[in-house]
Design a protein around this ligand. Structure first.
Ligand code: 3MF
Ligand code: MG
Length: 350
């Protein structure tokens, strides 16, 4: 299953970028809230060749993983193994300073720091050659109602993202785009920007001068944790012209965030998702946000990526073979159940 060295997974007949991406954080030490590391930590830049060997074309990293001072070194290391930075992102969750939020903190100095980190991340992304900066809502949220004024929170988010958008536009033109990633809970009991719909609403309120720079990074597991359908969430982004990036994984029911390999829990819906992406001609990078499971051995740490990539490539080819004429004709005949059957035939049939 593992592709030979240098061989990258590519999506056939895809518009735009055909290679796959994954986060350096995907290859972690296996810790969870109940137990510390079970594997030796691999230095961040040493993870780049592992991603390349797993068939990735792009890597993704947080500012806490590859800080501004390491950008040149990261570029050289990535070039040496034939991958490049597809997405860069400020961490609004790791540092204790953001324990009660970043842009939505009640403390003005924390909000200022969050905005500054966002601007710095845009510069680092540009230096790394990444065209997308993702803003995950991280610790933006509340565990207790009334601990923040929700109406102020919207104003703070608008203020922060407007400053960041203006900076991106002035400094880099349209080169770096900004994608907000929603999540409904974890690490907070309740998170602001919980869903794709909320993110699109926020974007609609941003200054029109740089609103076009903002889009969405929907993640499979995050929609499913919210009890929402991921295919529809992606369709919503596409209709709005706001699908700027994508984080694929899978999620075993509506519980804590698992970051399981793509294609594992709901392959039929994943097939439908790929039909939607193909029909929309989505040109961006398809990236995985998965987590090497705690029981996996160090030597097998990249299995989570090769399993995801193999599932994606297989499903992508099956999606190309889905006869759109058959789908349309079943829709015309009002045979909704038969559509589910046709998809199953494309997935499991001979
Ligand atoms: C958490 C996530 C994050 C974001 C990342 C990129 C650690 O559930 O999905 O991964 O994807 O911070 O902004
Ligand atoms: Mg993610």
């Amino acid at each position: 299953m593992t592709p030979p060295m240098e061989q990258k997974y590519m999506l056939r007949s895809k518009k735009g970028q055909t290679g796959l991406g994954a986060g350096v954080w995907n290859l972690g030490v296996g810790s969870d809230p109940f137990g510390g590391p079970v594997r030796e930590s691999i230095a961040i830049l040493d993870r780049l060749p592992l991603l390349a060997e797993a068939g990735m074309t792009y890597y993704e990293a947080h500012d806490s993983e590859i800080p501004a001072e390491q950008v040149e070194e990261a570029k050289a290391r990535a070039a040496a193994c034939g991958i490049s930075c597809g997405m860069y992102t400020p961490s609004y969750f790791a540092s204790p300073i953001f324990k009660d939020g970043a842009m939505t903190s009640n403390a003005p100095e924390i909000r200022k720091l969050a905005t500054e980190n966002g601007k710095k991340a845009i510069d680092s992304a540009a230096a790394l050659g990444a065209s997308t900066v993702v803003f995950w809502n991280g610790r933006e949220g509340f565990d207790f109602v009334l601990s923040k004024n929700g109406r102020d929170v919207i104003q703070r988010l608008l203020e922060g993202f407007n400053q960041i958008g203006q900076y991106a536009k002035e400094k880099h033109g349209d080169k770096v785009r900004l994608a907000i990633e929603p999540k409904p809970n974890e690490p907070r009991a309740n998170m602001y920007l919980a869903t794709v719909g909320e993110v699109l609403y926020l974007i609609s309120r941003l200054d029109p001068a740089h609103q076009h720079l903002f889009g969405v990074n929907p993640e499979t597991a995050h929609s499913r944790i919210a009890g929402l359908d991921y295919v529809w969430d992606v369709e919503l982004c596409l209709e709005a012209g706001k699908l700027f990036h994508i984080h694929l994984n899978s999620q075993d029911s509506q519980r804590y965030d698992q970051d399981l390999p793509f294609g594992y829990t709901e392959p039929l819906k994943d097939l439908a998702l790929l039909v939607v992406l193909q029909d929309a001609g989505y040109p961006g990078i398809i990236a995985f946000d998965v987590k090497a499971p705690r029981p996996d051995e160090q030597k097998d740490i990249a299995d989570v990526l090769t399993v995801s990539a193999q599932n994606l490539v297989w499903l992508w080819d099956k999606a190309l073979a889905v006869d759109r004429g058959v789908l349309q004709s079943l829709r015309d005949q009002k045979r909704n159940t038969a559509i589910a059957g046709y998809l199953a035939q494309c997935l499991y049939g001979r």
